[in-house]
Design a protein. Structure first.
Length: 439
């Protein structure tokens, strides 16, 4: 019997371990997201395509070499079959003939106004831009993860506050029932205590619902589609984290201008426009091309052996060509003007991104500063509200305070706790985001 109990207990323990929620750290969430995010993988493939395009343009700087052969069979049904002289057959002409030709040729663009070299530069910029696009997406994912992560942690702390508040409400309600039984509390006052306890239960359910909702959003961002329980953990937040010095707007902004991938991407667009303009201008310049070939042939009409025919027919040749554009129906001018317009658009784009970046950093700094000040006052308010509520509870227990005064004290405490919690997490989050933009 004992063996069966041990086996059943072991099965229950194993089952409980299997259904236990996996706890993720922020770093684990980020690594998983960067590995499995579909949009990021697509950008990775785009970069691979850009790399292949770059390699192709680099290879185009070298000569090309190709081999070709033509093998033909001809049939001439009415061709005279023989030649007779002095009643003797001199030659016999075959109606079916076979001919072969072989060519080994090469071409090399010696100079085309540096269009080929500039195309390599342009494709190199495109590869760098594709890499920066991937980094931009990764940074955006990291920022979204951080936002949801902090919201989950904040909501979990809010759940603890609600649980503590509900426990206090239950104690107060039980005390109210005892006072009602001995006649020292009216039924209406007891109903208020019961109503308050029900409201606190609803508040707890709402807080737990917020946690589940934010976890759902985080799983969706990570593109996790299984039904496995999901939870997150982080280093415990401390007062020091919320009260640490806030980096200045200018220091963060200057670092962001050097490090943020969207700014680097915008600068690459300007560089790309300059290279495209050089390529467009080169369309007006001549193109010099070298060519060389080695050819030979053979025919069944010859009485020589195949090797002898190949040797006798061997021919080497080479030359160069110069192509000078005269009238191009405004193609070069149009390409130059489009490149200039593209550069102006790139300049406007980078100005827009710099303005947006400064606005975002300023917003985080203002939120960090305001919430840090609010946290300092909220912490003092919470301590004062807690002492006041403890005193009111003691006085209510002995009948010196009524239910209205107790509930008012409790609401002040709950409001102070929520304000302190929100200010604390918002401050920590905004400071972390400033550090995030700085690196």
């Amino acid at each position: 019997m004992t063996k069966y109990l041990v086996a059943i207990l072991g099965t229950i323990i194993l089952f409980s371990q299997n259904i236990q929620a996996r706890v993720w750290t922020f770093e684990e969430c980020l690594d998983y997201c960067l590995t499995n995010n579909i949009s990021l993988q697509k950008l990775g493939l785009t970069r691979q395509t850009a790399v292949e395009t770059l390699k192709s343009s680099q290879a185009a700087l070298f000569p090309s070499l190709s081999f070709s052969t033509n093998q033909n069979v001809a049939y001439q049904p009415w061709k005279q079959g023989m030649t007779v002289q002095n009643n003797e057959v001199q030659t016999v002409t075959k109606k079916t003939s076979y001919n072969g030709a072989y060519t080994l040729g090469g071409n090399w663009t010696v100079w085309n106004g540096n269009r080929n070299h500039n195309q390599v530069k342009l494709n190199d910029i495109a590869e760098q831009a594709a890499a920066e696009d991937s980094i931009v997406k990764a940074r955006n994912l990291e920022e979204q993860l951080a936002t949801l992560f902090v919201r989950i942690l904040y909501s979990k702390e809010a759940v603890k506050v609600c649980e503590s508040t509900l426990e206090a409400s239950r104690v107060t309600e039980n005390r109210g029932m005892e006072m009602y039984r001995v006649g020292s509390l009216s039924k209406a006052a007891l109903s208020q205590l019961t109503s308050q306890r029900a409201q606190d239960e609803y508040g707890l359910v709402q807080s737990e619902s917020n946690v589940r909702n934010f976890k759902r959003q985080l799983k969706a961002l990570m593109q996790i589609t299984d039904e496995e329980e999901f939870d997150v953990t982080a280093t415990k937040t401390t007062d020091a984290m919320a009260l640490q010095p806030i980096p200045s707007i200018q220091s963060v902004y200057e670092a962001a201008l050097e490090n943020r991938p969207e700014i680097k991407r915008a600068r690459l667009s300007i560089e790309s426009a300059d290279v495209q303009r050089r390529i467009a201008s080169a369309q007006r310049l001549p193109t010099v091309t070298l060519n060389a070939s080695a050819t030979t042939n053979n025919s069944s009409q010859s009485n020589n052996a195949w090797g002898t025919q190949i040797k006798n027919g061997f021919n080497l040749g080479g030359g160069f060509s110069i192509n000078v554009p005269i009238l191009d129906r405004r193609e070069a001018r149009t390409a130059i003007n489009k490149a200039a317009i593209q550069k102006q658009q790139a300049l406007l784009d980078i100005r827009d991104k710099e303005t947006t970046l400064y606005s975002t950093i300023s917003d985080f700094w203002i939120q960090a500063y305001n919430n840090q000040q609010q946290y300092k006052s909220a912490k003092a308010s919470t301590e004062s509200a807690q002492e006041s509520y403890d005193l009111l509870s003691e006085q209510f227990q002995v009948g010196l305070k009524n239910i209205v005064e107790l509930q008012e004290g409790k609401m002040r405490l709950l409001s102070a706790q929520q304000a302190e919690l929100e200010a604390k997490f918002t401050t920590i989050f905004c400071i972390k985001m400033l550090e995030f933009y700085k690196r």
